[in-house]
Design a binder for this molecule. Structure first.
Ligand code: C5P
Length: 238
């Protein structure tokens, strides 16, 4: 797997749009993220097609249910050739451990288990919304740190968080604990629904392990050029 990948969020309605988009990348091997919209509309056959083209896959389905259900769901997902999969840390330690056990049980012999990471707080969540609507009374940073520690104690490989929270998580959980960070925008791009955003260069400086970039690439006039801009900001050594 790529070291410190740039993961492109394929937030498209269907397979036709995905392959039209990917055709602009001149057969480069990419790291792509398949989320709910795409997976629910195309089904798992898309994953094999992406693998056949040489891409790495983050399957971003953010499972969150009772431990037994998540165990069996992960066991089923493990048979696909994916590199990263995730759950919501808010499901708690028993659910995260069940997810990990399901993933291990379902991984085909001789294959590497996909990395299992947990969403701490969505990058669209503000502290005010978290406190007033979700009734979580700590600060956003305290909550993210506590969820990351819980994910680590549950045996997970890392978390999804904002780049702004990476230094805190790395300090609490160790530098080998992976931080996958969405909420990335090139300078001048719209934030849209995201709140806790940074540029790829800032995410690099803050120490993100990998970044997830959607609309700054998929919505650009020239996606390949936008990807190359992200690459040049991201590959500057820390
Ligand atoms: O277009 P944009 O760069 O905002 O896309 C970000 C992607 O990362 C979306 O697919 C979104 O579902 C995902 N994501 C996120 N925040 C999280 C977890 C995943 O934005 N905490």
């Amino acid at each position: 797997m790529d070291q410190r990948p740039i993961i492109i969020a394929l937030d498209f309605p269907g397979e036709k749009e995905v392959f039209q988009f990917l055709s602009q990348f001149q057969e480069q091997s990419l790291f792509v993220k398949v989320g709910m919209e795409l997976f629910y509309s195309t089904g798992p056959s898309l994953l094999a097609k992406l693998k056949d083209q040489g891409h790495h896959i983050f399957l971003d389905l953010k499972l969150h249910d009772i431990p037994n259900t998540v165990h069996h769901a992960m066991r089923a997902l493990a048979k696909y050739d994916i590199d990263i999969v995730n759950v919501h840390a808010a499901g708690g330690s028993a659910m995260m451990k069940a997810a990990l056990e399901g993933l291990e049980a379902g991984t085909v012999a001789g294959k590497k288990k996909p990395d299992l990471i947990a969403v701490t707080q969505l990058t669209s969540t503000t502290e005010e919304m978290m406190q007033q609507e979700l009734k979580i009374h700590g600060t956003l940073e305290e909550t993210v740190k506590a969820y990351a520690l819980l994910a680590k104690e549950s045996g997970l490989d890392g978390v999804v968080c904002s780049p702004l929270e990476v230094p805190l998580i790395t300090e609490a959980c160790s530098s080998s604990f992976k931080t996958v960070t969405p909420g990335i925008r090139l300078l001048g791009d719209e934030k849209s629904d995201q709140r806790r955003v940074t540029t790829p260069g800032q995410a690099n400086e803050l120490g993100s392990w990998g970044i997830v970039v959607g609309r700054s690439i998929t919505g650009a006039q020239d996606p390949l050029k936008a990807y190359e801009r992200v690459q040049s900001e991201w590959s500057v050594s820390k």
